[in-house]
Design a protein around this ligand. Structure first.
Ligand code: SAM
Ligand code: SF4
Length: 451
């Protein structure tokens, strides 16, 4: 505590939605007088915003909690809290298992972080809050714009109604609920006024945005496209079944919608897709890819794949490799299946040995990574438009992304380029990243806060 001002550090694991939630918690605590402390161990309040999508993600959190035990014993006045999906899944059990933990809460309690932290600080009460707010299909959560980065994330729908048989998300994030378009557009305008140029709309199952209300994602995209000063729109994550013709038709036609889409296929085998309850077949997935590329030939597609799902045979896995070969993906997140207690697939039994999962993961990487490398090598010598977002972690150069969502290190960019879209001539491709030099003048001279 410096000059009596309380400090908070939030460590974030997991998806972009958690990044968004952590930002929101910082903003709420900021309004209560907290200062953000970059050093975890020095903060008065340490919150860990967690992910439970795979077993490994949960283990990381539990081992971090173990590492923090001596710190909490030395400084019992510090508040140690778990937020997010592990908090939701384990609730009171976690508080019982970890005696040095003060606070546990789930994703639906993000907005109550101030009240919860206060209860622990003032009343010394160990607290758990792991329930979903139960009212209606829509919800309201205007952003607190305490700083604006060139590219901002914005959650527009929470929860998921799909219940894919391997997935914990519906259990830890509840049913789908959407924010109204008018409120989202207010947020977008607020961010743009503060300097943001690119907005990524977030949802676990974003294509069904507006379900149970009269509003649709394609309408939100049109409304956002009309916001003056906004340059780029993206959204994730799409479910192949719910990506309808109205959304497909917008790629290549709505000017600000970037030609990039994350469309997880998970498995190339219809038998596995059925057991995953994904509600589409391989051919239906590939037909959507064709339609997307007819509308927008330069569309960059990225995907998620799970290998070693219970019962996956060599032949099933070969079909996954075939899809990876057939669709030129610009990025692919490859995961070994991780059994999650409470999901339907958990009761199928974890039939595929770890060694086989590992082998399949490596084989899938060997197929997809060279294709991504080759596509990126093809960019060398070309010019691409890049929104400069930040200094890289080691502070060597500024990085940004092109419309296709590829990370570009811009070797000659300085602070003046931050938040601007510049033409970058690519000189080198390094795995999934590109390197190059900007040419010509930055497009506008807006000033951005870097946060
Ligand atoms: N809603 C998105 C969709 O339907 O594609 C994905 C959300 S999930 C947070 C991100 C990815 O994690 C999934 O696409 C899937 O590939 C992976 N995943 C989810 N549950 C998993 C599990 N039990 N084991 C391994 N990977 C898993
Ligand atoms: Fe999980 Fe995505 Fe399936 Fe929902 S649609 S259950 S978030 S994998």
């Amino acid at each position: 505590m410096e000059n009596g001002q309380k400090t908070v550090h939030i460590k974030t694991f997991g998806c972009q939605m958690n990044v968004y939630d952590s930002d929101r918690m910082l903003a709420i605590l900021g309004q209560q007088g907290f200062r953000s402390e970059p050093d975890l161990k020095s903060a008065d309040v340490i919150l860990i915003n967690t992910c439970s999508i795979r077993d490994k993600a949960e283990h990381k959190v539990l081992s971090l909690l173990g590492e923090l035990k001596p710190l909490k014993e030395k400084y019992p006045g510090k508040v140690l809290g778990i937020a997010g999906c592990v908090g939701q899944r384990m609730g009171r059990t976690l508080l019982q298992r970890v005696p040095h933990l003060d606070l546990v809460f789930g994703p639906d309690s993000v907005d109550r972080v101030g009240i919860l932290v206060d209860a622990v600080m003032k009343e010394g009460r160990r607290t758990v809050e792991a329930k979903f707010d139960a009212d209606g299909r829509s919800y309201s959560q205007p952003s607190i714009i305490h700083r604006a980065k060139p590219s901002e994330l914005l959650t527009i729908i929470k929860g998921c109604d799909h219940f894919c048989t391997y997935c914990i998300v519906p259990f830890v994030r509840g049913r789908e609920k959407s924010r109204p378009i008018a409120e989202i557009i207010q947020d977008v305008k607020g961010f743009v006024a503060a300097g943001t140029r690119e907005i990524t709309f977030l949802g676990q199952n974003i294509n069904t945005y507006g379900k149970g209300t009269p509003e649709k994602l394609s309408e939100l995209i049109i409304a956002a496209d009309q916001v003056e000063g906004l340059e780029r729109i993206r959204y994730l994550t799409s479910h192949p079944r719910d990506l309808g013709p109205d959304l497909i038709a917008q790629f290549g036609t709505v000017p600000k919608l970037c030609p990039a889409l994350h469309l997880p296929f998970q498995s190339g085998s219809d038998a596995v897709l059925k057991r995953m309850s994904r509600l589409y077949t391989r051919d239906e997935y590939l037909a959507k890819v064709d339609r997307l590329r007819e509308r927008c030939p330069d569309l960059a597609l990225s995907t998620d794949v799970i290998v070693g799902f219970p019962g996956e045979t060599d032949a099933d896995f070969e079909q996954t490799l075939q899809v990876l070969r057939a669709v030129q993906f610009s990025g692919a997140y490859l995961f070994k299946y991780s059994p999650r207690p409470g999901t339907r697939a958990f009761d199928y039994g974890d039939e595929i040995p770890e060694r086989v999962k590992e082998e399949r993961l490596v084989k899938a990487q060997d197929v997809v990574l060279p294709l991504i490398d080759r596509a990126n090598l093809g960019m060398v010598g070309k010019t691409t438009k890049c929104l400069i977002e930040k200094l890289d972690k080691k502070q060597r150069y500024y990085t940004g992304r092109n419309p296709y969502n590829t990370i570009v290190h811009v070797l000659n960019a300085g602070e003046a380029c931050l938040g601007k879209i510049v033409d970058v001539e690519i000189t080198e491709a390094n795995g999934s990243n590109l390197k190059g030099y900007y040419v010509g003048a930055p497009k506008t001279d807006r000033q951005y806060q870097t946060g």
